[in-house]
Design a protein around this ligand. Structure first.
Ligand code: S6P
Ligand code: ZN
Length: 194
């Protein structure tokens, strides 16, 4: 379905806390290991997984709410538990094209971190558990890492006009990576930057 629906009437969707899905949604995207292959530090581990078949890392349901004079998007992302070469499953991560366009993230289920970074090198990792709500200013790149043994769901709200830029994250990643060591999440400097 194309997200072209325009309505000036109030609109509701129904979120299911058990599955992390909501209905109706206008767009559904899956990101598998093959879509994220450049994001993980251990390229050999990525190649091993892909040799034996692909797997889902996360999916996103979107409902872009458009009126005749505004836009607001709702997205719910569900990250599967797991690691690739010890690095926890995570979203690709991106900057917004427009630095005056922030975003609200609301963690509904699971545990992990919201990694955020600016182009001038500031880095923050917000510890996440259900109930954590983070305002991400428009100039901060954002990526969510699932460090738990269960799915992690979060709700995102932003203006469609924000736009998305993935290239800097694909090229350089974030300042730190989050890996499992003795069953615990540990932050390490991104090997691509040292
Ligand atoms: C959009 C918002 C989210 C992400 C989603 C997937 O601004 O931040 O809906 O699109 O969590 O992450 P990514 O990095 O693959 O777009
Ligand atoms: Zn965003």
């Amino acid at each position: 379905m194309e997200p072209t629906h325009i309505s000036d009437l109030p609109t509701s969707v129904l979120f299911d806390f058990a599955s992390g899905a909501f209905e109706p949604f206008l767009q559904y995207t899956q990101r598998k290991v093959s879509d994220l292959h450049e994001m993980f530090a251990d390229q050999q581990a990525v190649a091993e997984i892909l040799k034996n078949g692909d797997r889902l890392v996360y999916d996103i349901r979107y409902h872009p709410f458009r009126t005749s004079n505004s836009d607001m998007s709702l997205g719910v992302t569900r990250i599967q538990p797991g690691t690739i070469g010890g690095e926890y499953h995570m979203t690709k991560g991106h900057y917004h094209e427009r630095e005056d366009q922030p975003e609200i993230y609301f963690c509904v289920h699971g545990t992990g971190y919201l990694l955020m970074e600016t182009r001038d090198g500031q880095f923050q990792a917000a510890p996440w558990k259900p109930g954590a709500i983070t305002h991400i200013p428009g100039m901060w790149a954002h990526r969510v890492v699932n460090t738990g043994s269960d799915e992690l769901f979060f709700v995102a709200s932003y203006h469609l006009a924000a736009g998305h830029i993935y290239a800097p994250v694909v090229e350089r990643g974030f300042a730190q990576i989050v890996v499992e060591q003795n069953g615990q999440p540990v932050f390490l400097p991104n090997p691509r930057r040292v």
